[in-house]
Every structure is written in C-alpha cells, then in structure tokens.
Design a protein around this ligand. Structure first.
Ligand code: ADP
Ligand code: MG
Length: 421
C-alpha cells in the first residue's frame, strides 16, 4: 500500500479504537510508513508505542522492536494480541523460549503473520537470529528507550551501540526508528550520530507538564515530620513517596501508618507476591500512599496520582522528571516535592566510587545538574525544560507560575547571600 492510499485515522480506529492521534503521532507514523529513518522524543505517556505499532500493522513484513525490558515487552505483546484474532501477530524472541516455541515464532515470521517481533538487544545480536532474519521481510527496526545508546544517558547499555551494524547485516535498507522519553541535547546528538539518522527526521514533543507544581524544600532532621504534615494536608489523595533505600522505605511506610495514613511499602527486597499486592492496593485505592524505591513506577499508569515526594533527591534530572511525571497524568493537580540536602549528593557520589572512572565522571556531571536544580532560584519549570533542550516562554496555561521559586521569589538580599564566597 502506498502512503497516499492509507487512511491512517481509519487504521487507528480499526486496530486501537482511538479516533484521534495524540500529539505528533500522525506525523511520526507518516515518516515511518514512508520508510524514513526517524527519531522520536516524547515524554513518558506520550504514546510512543503506537508510533511504531500502527506502522508495523500496516506495513508489509515484520517490524523488529528492540526494548531493554522483558516485562514491558511481554505487556506490549499481550496488548497487541488482544487486538487481533491471530495469536502470532506479535512475538517475543528471547532466551526463555524453548526449541519448539522458537520454531513457531520463526514459522509465523516466515509466513508473514508476525507484524511485531520484540527482542532484547542481546537476542538480536545472536548470530543464529541474524542469519534467520536476513532471509525474512523486515519492515523496520524500532529502538525503544533509545537513550540506552548514549553513555550520556541515564541508562547506558553497551549492546545498544551495536544495533546499527546488526541491522545492516539483516538488511541494507531497513529503516530505523529510535524512540525515547528522556534525551538531553547531548544524548539526542549521540543517538542520531550512532544510528545515522538525519536531524530533519526528528520529531520532538514538548516536555512541559503544565499541571505539575515543582517545589524543593531543605531536608532537615525533621524531614519525617515535614512529610507527614504534607501527606496529612493531602488526605485521601493518591501519592508516591520515593526513597533511596529499602530501609528508609520500610521506616517511612511505618511512620505514615502510625500517624494514621494508609501507606504500603514497595521495593525490590519484597517478594513478588507482596509487591504485586501493594501495587494493586495503590491502584485500587485501598491505600493512599505507596512508599517506594525506584523499583516502583515502570509501567504504572494511575492517572490521578496527586503528589510525588522525593525523600532523597535522585541521581539525575532525567530520573526526577520521569518519577515526578507519574503525577497528574489526568491533567489534574500534581504536586512534586523534593527534599534536598547537599550531604545526600555526597552520598550518591560515594555510591559511584566503585565504578569505572568514565562512568563516575558522567554520574558526577548528572549530579551537578541535580544540585543546580535544587539550589536554583529561577523557575524550576524553565530549568527542567532547558535541561531537555527546550526554551520555555509559556504563559499561565503552560504552568508558568507553577513552582515555588516563581510563587515566592527569593528576596534580593537572600539571593545575594547565596553567591557570596
Ligand atoms: P510512552 O511509551 O510514550 O510512555 P505509551 O505508548 O505507553 O507511552 O502510551 C501511553 C498511553 O497512551 C497508553 O495507555 C496508550 O494506550 C495511550 N494512547 C496512545 N495513543 C493514543 C491515542 N491516539 N489516543 C488515546 N490514547 C492513546
Ligand atoms: Mg514506552
């Protein structure tokens, strides 16, 4: 089918039941259907998956989707299977499959049934898989979480850097689509360069979240009491309280409970059953607050999270943006409150000390941005957007006054105090 013959809205409705594209989706999809290399930067929840899923369903052949997380791949495959009577329409190819399962996957690809094949980068680089895929009709390669390509990203994965050469071996003219939610200008440049995508084919959505209110408070010995007060003021609302350590998670969950707040802990040290139970309790609103490490949040789609508190400042602005981004998904109120003490930065620096020097340097640079964010007296929204390469000049409806620094500008003499050496 040529581009001009396809009614994209009709296809959207047919496969996904949506009547409108979200943001830049339509432009992105046109670029992919036209077989252009394409780079997509959209915040979490922006609807990146559909950008490659719809073209995959429309185009001839199988689209390969590289994704770093097996759990997320499985979710996506299940979702795609839900829209089709053909079970083989989406598959995961990884080391967990047995021989006969692999045979079935390959058969479905060869028969043109499989439109989406999800793979981890390690699986794609396997010689036997490259050999097999060389002989098949591949519509395009989508690289989800493409910031993993860059050492300057917050989740660098070396295997991601080999994807381009692998794709070249599978087919000479396979279009590549890179997608990410978190890309500073440096990371963006890295991705384009590594994959050889032209800047002209970059689609970048705004990272602005007008309904989120950003606030940083100094972290004192009374931080526990400060948190209780804040949560009590927001009684009955859903919120996430992020902590760095499992111990702190347990401790604060208990403190909240003792103070009459319904809260549950969530961290990787709990068994899978307890984690699932606590997550469900939060989603079903049996509890108001989940106290968690960063293990909580991936793929969590609760629209009415009203606040995200950071007991400990995260290790990068990317992480902070992603974690606070879980607030106010429905467009309603979302209060993002971070407690900051410089000694926490030193703690994070210390955690890195065992790592290779290059990683330490990058980690240090990322942390300095966090310090700058926490200590700035400028608009926090402006700061965050600038970090992602976006100039913010918005008005009230864009959330211009939605942060502590704009609402309570620091007094002149205070500001002067800060810069005295
Ligand atoms: P991302 O990967 O960018 O974080 P997802 O692809 O997971 O975002 O999509 C986020 C949510 O948006 C999903 O629940 C998805 O079903 C929904 N969504 C995507 N496109 C549309 C659309 N055109 N209309 C309505 N909802 C959409
Ligand atoms: Mg995604």
């Amino acid at each position: 089918m040529s581009l001009s013959e396809i009614d994209l809205h009709q296809e959207l409705k047919k496969y996904f039941g949506f009547s409108q594209f979200k943001g830049l989706q339509e432009e992105v999809i046109k670029s992919i259907v036209a077989k252009e290399h394409t780079f997509v930067i959209m915040p979490t929840g922006g609807g990146k998956s559909l950008c490659y899923q719809l073209p995959a369903l429309i185009n001839e052949g199988t689209a390969i989707v590289v994704s770093p997380l097996i759990a997320l791949m499985k979710n996506q495959v299940d979702a795609i299977r839900g829209i089709s009577s053909e079970h083989g329409i989406a598959h995961v190819l990884n080391s967990s499959l047995n021989k006969s399962e692999i045979k079935q996957v390959k058969k479905d690809i060869s028969n043109g049934i499989t439109k989406l094949l999800y793979v981890a980068p390690e699986s794609l680089t396997k010689e036997e898989n490259v050999e097999f895929l060389r002989g098949e009709k591949i519509s395009f390669l989508a690289i989800d979480e493409a910031h993993c390509i860059s050492e300057w990203g917050h989740d660098f994965r070396p295997e991601y850097r080999n994807l381009r050469s692998i794709v070249k071996r599978i087919g000479d003219d396979i279009p590549m689509i890179a997608l990410t939610a978190t890309a500073t200008p440096k990371v963006q440049e890295d991705i384009l360069k590594n994959l050889g995508i032209s800047e002209a084919n970059t689609f970048k959505a705004s990272f602005n979240r007008p309904n989120l209110y950003y606030e940083v408070r100094p972290k004192t010995a009374d931080v526990g009491a400060d948190i209780i007060r804040f949560v009590k003021q927001n009684e009955g609302k859903s919120g996430i309280l992020y902590c760095l350590s499992r111990k702190k998670v347990e401790e604060l969950a208990q403190t909240l409970q003792v103070n009459g707040v319904s809260a549950v802990p969530y961290h990787a040290g709990l068994d899978a059953k307890t984690r699932a139970k606590h997550q469900d309790m939060f989603l079903m609103e049996d509890v108001d607050v989940v106290v968690a490490t960063i293990a909580f949040g991936m793929g969590i789609d609760k629209p009415d999270v009203r606040f995200v508190i950071h007991h400990d400042i995260p290790k990068s602005i990317e992480s902070y943006y992603q974690e606070t981004g879980r607030a106010g998904r429905d467009g309603g109120e979302g209060h993002c409150l971070a407690f900051y003490a410089y000694k926490d930065i030193e703690k994070l620096e210390k955690f890195m000390s065992g790592k290779p020097v290059a990683e330490q340097e990058i980690g240090h640079a990322l942390l300095q941005e966090v310090v700058a964010y926490a200590e700035t007296s400028m608009s926090r929204r402006k700061f965050i957007l600038h970090y992602f390469g976006e100039e913010f000049n918005g008005g009230k409806e864009d959330g211009v006054d939605m942060d502590d620094n704009v609402q309570n500008p620091k007094k002149q003499n205070e500001a002067q105090d800060e810069v005295e050496l």
